[in-house]
Design a protein around this ligand. Structure first.
Ligand code: SAH
Length: 211
């Protein structure tokens, strides 16, 4: 159930459902998603669904991870990417195989501890992580060429948007649990943003403070 066949099936499904970036499909095919969830759920690791990771949080659906990742990469490979909401660490690990440097922030310490262990086990040394309220971004490391939020708020926090480079790309779910859209914002270099709606999605909420 965690076999190469299950992973290949997932890759085929992503393609059927409109994911076009072959780099992203290949990385998802080769990333052991079962390492990011509890053993009791291993048989479902390569299903195209979100799964619980404890603390009321979820590892995102693979299609959503793929869509967000390809949306970030579409205009060129960003050098420095900030993720808000490390969770299991899966999205960070997918990104770290495609871009030079990933910074990820999580508010629940226990989830971050487990994610860090996975980064080490997978030998990924280009992920830096931080226990903090991601609504503040990571000011000391700004600006970022790309920012991805994996929890949904009513709007993109100002501090986070301020840390996007003038021509950067940001992908995030925005809205209430019952009415959420995945949006992409692209800086035009002059301080304005071009905003697009990519898909209807369902993410856990972006909360304030640290857990
Ligand atoms: N990217 C994750 C998805 C995790 S779910 C993965 O691949 O598994 C969203 C995560 O965002 C949860 O772990 C939640 O604790 C975290 N989160 C919510 N609000 C946050 C905030 N203000 N700062 C940092 N993390 C936050």
């Amino acid at each position: 159930m965690t076999s190469q066949r299950a992973r290949d099936r997932l890759a085929t499904k992503l393609k059927e459902e409109g994911i076009r970036d072959q780099r992203v499909i290949d990385v998802i095919r080769n990333t052991p998603r079962h390492h990011f969830i509890d053993q009791a759920l291993h048989s479902r690791a390569y299903e195209n669904t979100a799964l619980p990771i404890g603390h009321g949080q979820t590892i995102s659906q693979p299609w959503v991870v793929a869509r967000m990742t390809e949306a970030l990469l579409e205009f060129g490979v960003p050098q420095k990417v900030l993720e808000i909401g490390t969770g299991s660490g899966y999205q960070a690990v997918v990104l770290a195989q495609l871009v030079p440097q990933v910074y990820t922030v999580e508010r629940i310490e226990e989830l971050l501890r487990q994610a860090r262990r996975r980064f080490r086990q997978l030998g990924l040394s280009n992920i830096r992580s931080r226990h903090d309220d991601g609504k503040l971004g990571w000011p000391d490391e700004a600006p970022f060429d790309a920012i991805i939020l994996t929890a949904a708020g009513d709007a993109i926090p100002h501090a986070v948007l301020d840390q996007l480079s003038p021509t950067g790309v940001l992908v995030a779910p925005v809205g209430s649990p019952s009415n959420q859209m995945l949006i992409r914002m692209r800086g035009d270099g002059q301080g304005d943003f071009i905003q697009e709606e990519l898909a209807a999605v369902s993410f856990v909420p972006l909360l304030g403070g640290i857990g």
